[in-house]
Design a binder for this molecule. Structure first.
Ligand code: 13P
Ligand code: SF4
Length: 306
């Protein structure tokens, strides 16, 4: 099979970005050719911070809907474009603001911590947001004895409970992509590569978390692999991350435990779509100002936690 030459489209995108003073940011799960053309590639926390700090006129977010919404919450003065408006997050869709309001009514004293993988309307009902990179620190900072509602990811919630020793009132949401990675997949891959260190995302099933050498956000996995003396890693997260891992650690080997570790929403963004989105300045993210303002404090608190 001939290799596709992405060069011309990448040049076109860079040229448009220069012309329009646009910052292109891409999540670590994006297609390799999209990651390679972005100004920055990173995890949810890093990309939110960049969106808050940039003085670019336009932010082209190559990722999924809640990420671009979070960027808009932090930077309402910028034009935030989502590379493909149909790219959602099934986990974020598992809880509505109405569900959370009901939960709050059942636990009126509880503080609400919401994973950033939620809609702006859910964030508006939240006290503090978190990402997988800082969820445990956010929760451990809440005064002991205070009830805590944690939504929507039950697997991340279980990880946080283990890390902090706190009990959380959980929602039963999950990431379908990470749920596809089974313990059997890890054990089989480990048999094939017995020396490999298992790195897992906290969105993984509890039994996968249990046998991991370390639990990390996507960028946390990159830092771990770069700093480790090990030469082989089993990467229990969406397989798009392997592109950056290989690029930044050319002398190390990375294995995905299953071909099913793929997020169809993250893969919706093609280079051609990204070019068209920026050229036409389409798919602009806007929010009701009342919702944005109510969500802002929770998101600002999130970006302040390392
Ligand atoms: P992080 O990159 O923040 O680890 O998030 C993983 C994820 O599933 C984003 O949707
Ligand atoms: Fe949502 Fe999972 Fe896809 Fe991340 S990998 S965007 S959590 S479905």
């Amino acid at each position: 099979m001939n290799k596709v030459d992405y060069g011309p489209l990448q040049e076109e995108l860079r040229e448009l970005a220069r012309e329009k003073n646009a910052l292109i940011i891409a999540h670590n799960y994006q297609r390799p050719e999209v990651q390679d053309v972005a100004d920055f590639t990173g995890d949810s926390l890093e990309l939110s911070r960049l969106a808050a700090e940039t003085d670019a006129h336009i932010i082209l977010f190559c990722g999924v809907h809640f990420m671009a919404e979070t960027a808009y919450i932090l930077s309402p003065g910028k034009k935030v474009l989502l590379s493909d408006i149909n790219a959602g997050c099934p986990m974020a869709d598992m809880i509505t603001a109405g569900d959370l309001v009901k939960m709050k009514a059942e636990h009126p004293e509880a503080l609400v911590v919401a994973y950033v993988n939620t809609s702006a309307a859910v964030k508006a009902e939240t006290d503090i947001c978190c990402t997988s990179a800082n969820a445990a620190r956010v929760v451990s900072n809440i005064p002991a004895g205070r009830e805590i509602i944690f939504v929507p990811d039950r697997n991340l919630a279980m990880y946080v409970e283990k890390q902090t020793g706190r009990r959380l009132i959980k929602w039963d949401g999950f990431c379908p992509t990470h749920d596809n990675i089974t313990l059997d997949d890890i054990l089989r891959t480990k048999q094939e590569h017995p020396e490999a260190v298992v790195l897992a995302h906290p969105e993984c099933l509890p039994e996968v978390q249990e046998i991991a050498g370390s639990l990390e956000s996507t960028s946390g996995m990159i830092r771990y692999a770069s700093g480790s003396s090990a030469g082989e890693f089993i990467i229990a997260t969406e397989m798009g991350l392997i592109h950056r891992l290989k690029k930044e650690n050319p002398d190390k080997d990375f294995y995905s435990p299953t071909k099913r570790a793929i997020c169809p929403n993250m893969k919706m963004t093609t280079l051609a779509k990204a070019v068209q989105t920026l050229r036409e300045e389409r798919y602009q993210i806007r929010l009701d100002e009342h919702i944005r303002k109510r969500a802002l404090a929770a998101v600002e608190a999130m970006v302040s936690y390392t």
